[in-house]
Design a protein around this ligand. Structure first.
Ligand code: SF4
Length: 265
């Protein structure tokens, strides 16, 4: 410990940019009353297409104590949230784990959602066993080239696939209550990238064959070229309907039937 911030830029205290009820997540997460979302600053990746770069790259937010973070969780529960949704929690994992323990001891009863880029160490995830109910990782890229070019981490796929295996070991497939709200399990998100549908296919094959065909997958079509993506040859445009259809066809061919797909015009 040198007292200096590392690559992600986070400090000793967790930093929060906002905490609010969020209705734009997948239906089992937002439900009817909203997901109690806490947006953390900083990120362990620096994606060139980041839509949240003022928060995740520049760290726009406020440091809070662990007790204050626990109080935020309890306040979101009292406002009716279906869950506590921790967005980009990774740089603050230790402090978040402490806050969950405090909040649970004071009556927090709703599920904890760990909403992450997927670039997680297995050892870190083991610290969260028993504290996190729902893991909601992205799997972003399948090739070393994309990991390196778009997020500066050529080992992204090997790290994320090991992490998703560990998440599944801890919580299993997603289970819903009788209202269709998530209670526990794994929900994998994948944003289909323009010009890279073959990586989508590889990611879906990994999930079907090495995790479980029961995995809940959110196949997202809403990519747009934010931040530095306009400078990229391939990521400077939106996805076409044909590309998204190809991704959906791969999902169907692999019998990955449990999940959420979108329409694209
Ligand atoms: S993982 Fe998400 S929040 Fe982090 S830099 Fe990439 S796009 Fe931004």
């Amino acid at each position: 410990m040198t007292g200096k911030a590392g690559f992600c830029g986070a400090g000793k205290l967790p930093e929060v940019s906002s905490h609010t009820l969020h209705f734009g997540e997948e239906p089992p997460i937002s439900g009817t009353r909203g997901s109690g979302t806490i947006f953390f600053t900083h990120c362990t990746l620096k994606c060139v297409f980041c839509q949240n770069y003022p928060i995740s790259h520049l760290g726009h937010g406020t440091p809070v104590s662990v007790k204050k973070l626990a109080a935020m969780m309890l306040s979101l529960q009292s406002r009716g949230a279906h869950n506590i949704n921790l967005v980009t929690p990774t740089p603050h994992t230790a402090q978040i784990a402490h806050a969950i323990v405090i909040a649970r001891s004071k009556g927090l009863g709703i599920p904890i959602v760990y909403n992450t880029s997927g670039y997680e160490g297995v050892e870190t995830l083991r610290l969260l066993e028993g504290l996190v109910d729902i893991y909601m990782p992205d799997i972003k890229f399948a090739s070393r080239e994309s990991g390196k070019t778009y997020a500066h981490v050529p080992d992204y796929f090997e790290v994320a696939t090991a992490a998703v295996r560990e998440m599944f070991r801890q919580v299993g497939p997603l289970t819903l209550d009788n209202q269709g709200i998530a209670r526990r399990g794994l929900l994998v998100r994948h944003l289909v990238l323009p010009g890279h549908v073959e990586e989508t296919e590889e990611i879906l094959r990994f999930i079907a064959r090495e995790i479980s065909p029961e995995t809940f997958i959110s196949l997202m079509s809403q990519y747009f070229p934010a931040y530095k993506a306009a400078e990229s040859d391939t990521l400077s445009r939106r996805l076409t309907p044909e590309e998204y259809q190809r991704a959906k066809t791969a999902l169907e061919a692999l019998h990955l039937d449990f999940g959420w797909v979108q329409e694209i015009n």
